[in-house]
Ligand binder design. Structure first.
Ligand SMILES: [Zn+2]
Length: 392
């Protein structure tokens, strides 16, 4: 008995959040259902999670995955006796998660299409998190090109372009769509394609889940473009991200035009306040390092900058080092009461300074001519140690 595979609900109606169905198969704490609601992951898009209610008790669906026999729902049910064939269940989506994936994934269709159309740049891979997209592209593009693409994408979003789902059998696909559609086609009975706009701005084979209209995305925002990796944010989260970045830039612009140790306190507060990611710590440090002489004081003809940034660690400093201005010494009191000494002044190395401090204090440390570190735990005025080496 061969039954034509039904079109899954997440293709027909990705906005349906709940179904009543029954268990068709059981394997440990995983089950299959007579009707499917959750997306099992694929194409970079993550699987759905949610809840399953059996006899008025709600359990979690931790994961959804697919194998040759169909879609499996992995539950947190301890009592496997509850999971019987034909048992009625109510399945409910974690809608916030699902909807954010729908938006991010649809945004990726749009960006990938524009990259292809305008720059003949292919999308090699796409990864998603809630509100975030990472696209690996086949060509290096410039920041200006990237921003032009995003401008066009955002203009199509504000126009409210429709996202259409087209499902045909393999034969129809080969006859009518093979030449027109981007992307890899699956070997299943049905071929599913996603079309942007009624007139067909873009047509791509895709088994994922999408919004009905691009306007739901609200906007696409650039996080970074490095080598072949494009990182984007979408929707409200993207707007918040863009504003936070802009706030930080305004503050830094303000700070870098002023002088004085109070300002360093301000920078440090910014890092804590904004709960910025490690990555942004590095960006901030790079910006400071580029214009660091503004804060330097002259000691014995040397330029010394003292930074107290307890959120900054060794990794962040190492990642920022190459940005540092020439002929300057930086003493940075960082995480875990470690004093980092950096020298871009050929007359005196960071290693020599740290060695001198180790000799005086008996603390542990070491390093190379450009970058060295020493523990200053329980030392009252660690910066004085550095100053005294430069004055001697
Ligand atoms: Zn898709």
């Amino acid at each position: 008995m061969s039954k034509k595979k039904e079109v899954p609900i997440f293709w027909k109606n990705p906005y349906q959040k709940e179904i009543q169905t029954n268990i068709s198969s059981v394997k440990g704490t995983s089950i299959q259902l007579s009707q499917d609601l959750f997306y099992p992951g694929g194409g970079g898009q993550l699987f759905d999670t949610g809840s399953i209610t059996i006899d008025n008790t709600e359990y979690r669906v931790l994961e959804t995955y697919k194998d040759e026999s169909g879609i499996w729902y992995k539950t947190d049910i301890k009592d496997e006796g509850l999971l019987q064939k034909n048992q009625d269940v109510i399945l409910k989506l974690d809608w916030k998660r699902r909807y954010s994936f729908m938006k991010a994934h649809s945004a990726q269709h749009l960006v990938s299409h524009l990259l292809d159309k305008s720059l003949s740049c292919d999308t090699e891979k796409a990864n998603f998190e809630e509100g975030k997209i990472e696209i690996i592209i086949s060509e290096k593009i410039s920041l200006e090109q990237c921003l032009e693409i995003l401008e066009e994408a955002n203009s199509l979003i504000s126009k409210g372009v429709e996202v259409l789902s087209i499902i045909v059998d393999q034969e129809t696909y080969r006859k009518e769509y093979l030449e027109k559609a981007r992307g890899k086609v699956s070997h299943e009975d049905n071929v599913r394609m996603i079309q942007l706009g009624e007139k067909g701005i873009d047509l791509t084979c895709c088994g994922g889940i999408h919004v009905n209209n691009l306007s739901e995305i609200n906007g696409i925002f650039l996080e970074s473009l490095k080598e072949y990796t494009l990182k984007l944010h979408v929707d409200k989260q993207g707007i918040a991200f863009a504003n936070l970045q802009r706030k930080l830039m305004i503050e830094i612009e303000d700070i870098t035009t002023k002088k004085g140790t109070k300002l360093l306190e301000m920078i440090n507060n910014k890092i804590e306040e904004n709960e910025i990611l490690e990555e942004s710590n590095v960006s901030l440090l790079r910006m400071i390092f580029k214009k660091i002489k503004v804060w330097s004081e002259k000691i014995n003809e040397y330029n010394l900058v003292l930074l107290s940034l307890p959120e900054i660690d060794r990794q962040a400093i190492l990642a920022s080092l190459k940005e540092l201005e020439k002929d300057v010494f930086v003493a940075l009191l960082g995480r875990d009461e470690i004093l980092y000494v950096i020298s871009t002044d050929e007359r005196l190395s960071a290693k020599e300074i740290v060695k001198n401090i180790i000799d005086k204090t008996g603390k542990k440390g070491g390093g190379n001519p450009a970058f060295a570190q020493v523990s200053v735990k329980d030392i009252d005025k660690p910066f004085e140690l550095v100053k005294s080496v430069l004055t001697s």
